[in-house]
Design a protein. Structure first.
Length: 373
């Protein structure tokens, strides 16, 4: 296993606040290949196993909770493999960007794009039109107009923003539409994953500027590679809640107060979600973007390479830039949390072959805010 894979798990452990001391739960790759979960480990058997130790106090209670949580996640894992293996289920989990949005991205990628072309396309995408009008009617944009009046016309709004700024704003508005509405019990994760997505996109664009690669494509690749994290998070949280609720109803019907109390005290597990990211996220991002049928932006090749786990040496230039951007964004977070040693950082940076001068450039680039005209 590469250092990048190990430290990426540590990064998500960090943003999800996984305690190093807690028992880890995770999906088992073998289940994807047809293995069935251990059906012998029923909740009744778990309770019986812990029954003789219950009088021991806190340690025994904790053991029973862990057994119960493990059983729930056996069931959750089985459901996740079924749900995340079906594209229709995946697509229904996030806001659909497939209708009208991909042609806007394709057009923005062309050198000779005009405001009239963009107006014709964006006017067909109601949510995008509304978001852009809301943007230009904020005080910092309205003061740019001579009268300061409310802007109602899309073409006027597009002219106020400018084509270069639209190359960042339009993809960002698209990704923002796909964010999970809530990520409880991981209350800070929605903000953290948004900031991370933006940081990777900006870092990818900045590296492309230095290497002479297409900055717009690099920005979009860095941004939309996060779609899989959104889908996995929402699907896992829903599935866990449904599985737990079913188990609770069964325990109450059986008048098993011990098991009912145990289930009531449990919540979704961050370490399990981290393992789900590694198993599913990149594949889902690639699948979603492939359905957009982009004609001019070569996003699919890069996201497919990430999903397939192509080595850095075998990756195309854009995929390499994305690996480097992810390294920088993740390592900065781990550094702040004091969870990354100098030796690990150096080994990681060597693995993604990030040059010293490019590292300095990223260190002096603001990654939490769009650089708009």
């Amino acid at each position: 296993m590469s250092i990048a894979v190990v430290l990426q798990q540590r990064f998500f452990d960090c943003v999800l606040e996984v305690s190093p001391e807690q028992t880890r739960f995770g999906v088992k790759t073998g289940q994807r290949k047809g293995q069935q979960p251990d059906t012998k480990r029923t909740l009744l058997a778990i309770e019986q196993q812990a029954q003789q130790n219950r009088q021991a106090g806190v340690a025994a209670k904790q053991q029973f909770l862990e057994f119960t949580q493990a059983h729930l996640h056996d069931q959750v894992a089985e459901e996740l493999f079924l749900k995340l293996g079906k594209f229709d289920t995946i697509a229904s989990t996030v806001f659909s960007l497939a209708e009208g949005f991909p042609p806007v991205l394709d057009t923005l990628s062309t050198k000779a794009v005009t405001l009239s072309q963009l107006e014709a396309l964006i006017s067909k995408v109601d949510w995008l039109k509304e978001d852009i009008l809301k943007l230009v009617n904020q005080p910092n944009y309205r003061k740019k107009t001579s009268s300061g009046t409310y802007v109602k016309e899309l073409k006027t709004a597009l002219g106020m923003v400018g084509i270069e700024s639209l190359k960042q704003i339009v993809p960002v508005f698209g990704l923002k539409r796909c964010l999970p509405h809530a990520t409880d019990p991981f209350t800070g994760f929605k903000t953290n994953i948004w900031e991370y997505s933006l940081a990777v996109a900006i870092a990818s664009q900045r590296l492309a500027e230095e290497t002479g690669d297409n900055q717009f494509v690099a920005f979009c690749a860095g941004l939309f590679n996060s779609l899989g994290y959104f889908v996995v998070t929402r699907t896992y949280l829903r599935t866990y809640q449904q599985t737990k609720q079913t188990a609770l109803l069964q325990a109450r019907d059986a008048r098993d107060t011990v098991l009912t109390d145990a289930l009531d005290s449990l919540n979704a597990d961050a370490s399990f979600l981290t393992s789900c990211f590694q198993e599913f996220a990149a594949i889902i991002s690639a699948d979603l973007v492939s359905k957009w049928q982009l004609k001019r932006i070569p996003l699919c090749n890069t996201l497919d390479q990430l999903a397939e786990g192509v080595t850095f040496q075998g990756a195309n230039q854009l995929t390499r830039l994305l690996h480097q951007a992810e390294y920088f964004a993740q390592s900065q977070t781990l550094r702040k949390a004091k969870l990354l040693s100098d030796a690990e950082d150096q080994q990681w940076r060597q693995e993604v072959q990030l040059r010293e001068d490019y590292l300095h450039i990223l260190q002096n680039t603001r990654l939490d805010k769009l650089d708009l005209e």
